[in-house]
Write a protein that binds this ligand. Structure first.
Ligand code: DOR
Ligand code: ZN
Length: 355
């Protein structure tokens, strides 16, 4: 069965600064092995991507190393609203970290949020990491400036119901949910161990997970928040938050189709059409993936492309397997093997849409 190329709007590639966890080569190989032909990279690298120099640097790296297509987010800092305005068109959009997370990018003062909302070009997306009440605050500010906001990794019942209410009011909010918040909860912490279950937003209660499934119509995108950290780091004294997700998202969601909880159309809408529209991405010509929806197999961390070498879904029995990936007329993945070379990937902000 053929589907359009998947788009993951939320991926941490760790380069520059932490290539022992992931780099543009390994991360985009993992993307193709997961059925993603395009990824949007987050800016909380070391150093973070917050100005022209850091954007030039990371796009230079991506140009030589990316195996799938991509765009790069800019990070909102306390003093860079003018700088990011000037380079906005070369970026995937602006990422605002408004709650505790990994890395130094975080804005607490709402006046700073307002500055970014008023300055950033209206046709370019703003994505926020905002949990609980912070989410309510940022929805208000987006409404005050009458511009769209995309809410990353919604995980709580109160959040998804808030978003439903905001949409019903006609506010321009869109949102994404991760597979790990759809499939894991606090009940899995004992099995996973404390370090390996560290993630932001944290794993929630079963009632939160259930609310996400019950409000599927409110969820615009499934996004992995692929956030690789090594096992040594996860099992160490100060475990960093984050799960790899690029290679497990599709089989988990295909299993939900097999189990009758989702339809293929649900997947295509949330992993292709909606991300393309929300992030204003060009059509990838002659691009598709092929899956065998009935193939049963076991997720095995030893057989992954991500450099981090583990997954919270290790040993899970899934149904639905990626067979082939075609990207812009080139076979880039076949039967477990990534065929695209580093540098094949293109910057989506430089592709001119023929449509
Ligand atoms: O768990 C997370 N890890 N949540 C985030 O927001 C950041 C991410 C990371 O970069 O590791
Ligand atoms: Zn993230």
């Amino acid at each position: 069965m053929k589907l359009p190329g998947l788009i993951d709007p939320h991926v941490h590639l760790r380069e520059p600064g932490a290539t022992h966890k992931e780099d543009w080569d390994s991360g985009t190989a993992a993307a193709l092995a997961g059925g993603f032909t395009a990824v949007l990279a987050m800016p909380n690298t070391q150093p973070p991507v917050t100005d022209k120099d850091s954007l030039d640097h990371v796009l230079g790296v991506a140009n030589t190393k990316a195996r799938c297509d991509y765009a790069q987010f800019l990070g909102a800092g306390p003093e860079n609203s003018q700088q990011v305005f000037c380079i906005a068109d070369r970026s995937a959009g602006l990422k605002m970290y408004l709650d505790h997370t990994y890395g130094p990018l975080r804005l607490d003062n709402m006046l700073l949020w307002m500055k970014h909302f008023s300055n950033f070009p209206r046709h370019q997306p703003i994505v926020t990491h905002a949990e609980g009440r912070t989410m309510a605050a940022v929805i208000l500010i987006a409404a005050l400036y009458d511009r769209p906001v995309h809410l990353a990794h919604v995980s709580l019942r109160e959040e998804i119901l808030l978003i439903r209410a905001a949409k019903e009011k006609g506010l321009k909010v869109t949102c994404e949910v991760t597979p790990h918040h759809l499939f894991l909860t606090q009940d899995d912490v004992t099995n996973l161990g404390d370090g390996r279950s560290e993630v932001r937003p944290p794993l929630a209660q079963p009632s939160d997970r259930d609310a996400l499934w019950e409000n599927l119509d409110v969820i615009d995108c499934f996004a992995t928040d692929h956030a690789p950290h090594t096992l040594e780091e996860k099992d160490g004294p100060k475990p960093s938050p984050g799960f790899p997700g690029l290679e497990t998202a599709l089989p988990l969601l295909l299993s939900a189709v097999g189990g009758g909880r989702l339809t293929m159309e649900d997947i295509i809408r949330r992993m292709h059409h909606n991300p393309q529209v929300i992030f204003n991405l060009p059509v990838q010509e002659d691009t598709w993936i092929e899956v065998d929806p009935n193939a049963a197999w076991e997720i095995n961390a030893d057989h992954t492309y991500t450099r981090c070498g583990w997954t919270p879904f290790d040993g899970w029995r899934v149904r639905g397997k990626l067979k082939r990936v075609m990207l812009r007329g080139q076979m880039v993945f076949r039967d477990g093997e990534v065929l695209a070379r580093p540098g094949f990937g293109k910057n989506l902000r430089e592709i001119v849409d023929k449509g």
